[in-house]
Design a protein around this ligand. Structure first.
Ligand SMILES: NC(=O)CC[C@H](N)C(=O)O
Length: 405
């Protein structure tokens, strides 16, 4: 069934009910675990990579709607997850595949969602739902199925009571609400591929704000030893690693409420360490430089967004997962506003050709740059792999300059 007028909502105990913060209601079937879940509802437009989406810690506490209708046909496997578990709060698909057909499959998506207790639903008009979110903007929502559809007396709940629960759901907050996504202990990724077993070319301290597994791997395959450190790491703990470069990862939450991480980043910049940031890391660099950040109406979540590198004019097909963006001037090189230009000049290096959203920052006077999108290609195109080469080159030139100073 589709979205229906909430006054006339009818559903049975074996169905699933989606209630949006603005009162819209959709009735479908349970998919994955049954129960209740709530969070900010967002949509992802990728046609492939559903395991990478589900296990991206940046989706922590968000209900994800897939716009591509047929999900689950390749089952699940042990190679594609981007972290140790599924992080989405809930999952909504149009037409889940009842069959698994892939040589790497170790099980079905439905079973994995059930095993991890992820409440989902299917069989609703996701196109209508996404068009509504695209015009009304992302908002809080909840999914109810199984016993969660019943009140204490065992009667079917009212939509009003479910709507009350939606409105009691916490709004998107800063990283402190999400520190569950970060590693609790530092771990190290050694050089791999052609650099396997060799002395590392460079040492990177990667701050895990919700890091995706493939990201440090992209640096390790370029000869780096990567120490992945918790989001609560101190500057002195970073210094003790004697890094040639520092990386801030992607992650959930509102960058405007991540001041401790911005302060840590400023100490990294003041120490002159080469810096590379991705997604949340880009927003934190923007805020460290003195720019603001703002919430997008519905965000960018998918693996085919056109981004222009303004220094080369090249257009890259890129993978995105962000609901916030940096508010910086496009088309000009400016003094970074923080502390009367302490960090020198900076320009917007990349822009999204769909909506002119800032997709990259390049500092001119300090060794620091970042992108809003995901160059690690997990899932997604490999167009932006050069950014990892750029980070290695930045560490190389900075080390040489320090040696010759
Ligand atoms: N993937 C990310 O790093 C997301 C960054 C930030 N939480 C946002 O939603 O914009």
């Amino acid at each position: 069934m589709n979205q229906i007028d909430s006054e006339a909502v009818v559903f049975s105990p074996d169905e699933a009910v989606l209630v949006l913060e603005d009162g819209q209601v959709y009735v479908g079937e349970p998919y994955g675990a049954t129960g209740r879940t709530s969070g900010e509802i967002v949509f992802a437009t990728g046609m492939t990579g559903y395991q990478e989406t589900l296990t991206d810690p940046s989706y922590d506490r968000q209900i994800v709607v897939q716009t591509f209708p047929h999900i689950g046909d390749t089952g699940i496997n042990g190679e594609d997850p981007e972290s140790s578990r599924i992080w989405v709060a809930g999952y909504i698909v149009r037409d889940p595949s009842p069959n698994v057909s892939n040589w790497r499959a170790t099980g079905s998506l439905d079973d994995d969602l059930k095993a991890q207790g992820i409440v989902g639903m299917s069989g609703i008009d996701t196109r209508k739902l996404v068009r509504h979110l695209r015009s009304a903007g992302v908002m809080r929502a909840a999914i109810f199925s199984g016993d969660a559809l019943l009140d204490e007396a065992g009667r079917l709940r009212t939509v009003e009571s479910m709507l009350d629960e939606v409105k009691a759901t916490p709004q998107m907050k800063g990283l402190s609400l999400y520190d569950e996504v970060s590693t609790k202990e530092t771990y190290t990724i050694e050089p791999c591929g052609e650099y396997e077993g060799k002395e590392p070319l460079f040492t990177v301290a990667a701050v895990d704000l919700g890091i995706k597994a493939m990201t440090p791997h992209r640096m390790a395959e370029r000869g780096c030893r990567v120490h992945v450190v918790p989001s609560t790491v101190t500057f002195d703990e970073i210094e003790a690693l004697n890094p040639d470069g520092v990386f801030f990862s992607n992650g959930p939450g509102d960058p405007e409420q991540a001041d401790p991480e911005v302060e840590l980043l400023r100490r990294v910049l003041d120490a002159g360490h080469p810096f590379f940031g991705i997604c949340f890391g880009n927003q934190l660099l923007g805020r460290a430089l003195g720019f603001g950040t703002y919430k997008l109406k519905f965000g960018h979540r998918g693996i085919n967004q056109p981004v222009k590198d303004v220094t080369t004019g090249k257009v890259e097909v890129t993978a995105h997962n962000h609901g916030f963006a940096v508010d910086a001037p496009i088309g000009e090189t400016v003094d970074a506003p923080f502390d009367n230009g302490r960090y020198g000049k900076v320009f917007v290096s990349h822009i999204d050709l769909n909506d002119d959203v800032v997709e990259g920052l390049q500092c001119v006077d300090i060794p620091a740059f970042s992108v809003q999108y995901h160059p690690e290609a997990a899932a997604g195109p490999h167009d932006a792999a050069y950014l990892f080469d750029r980070f290695v080159e930045l560490m190389k030139t900075t080390k040489e300059a320090q040696r010759n100073a």
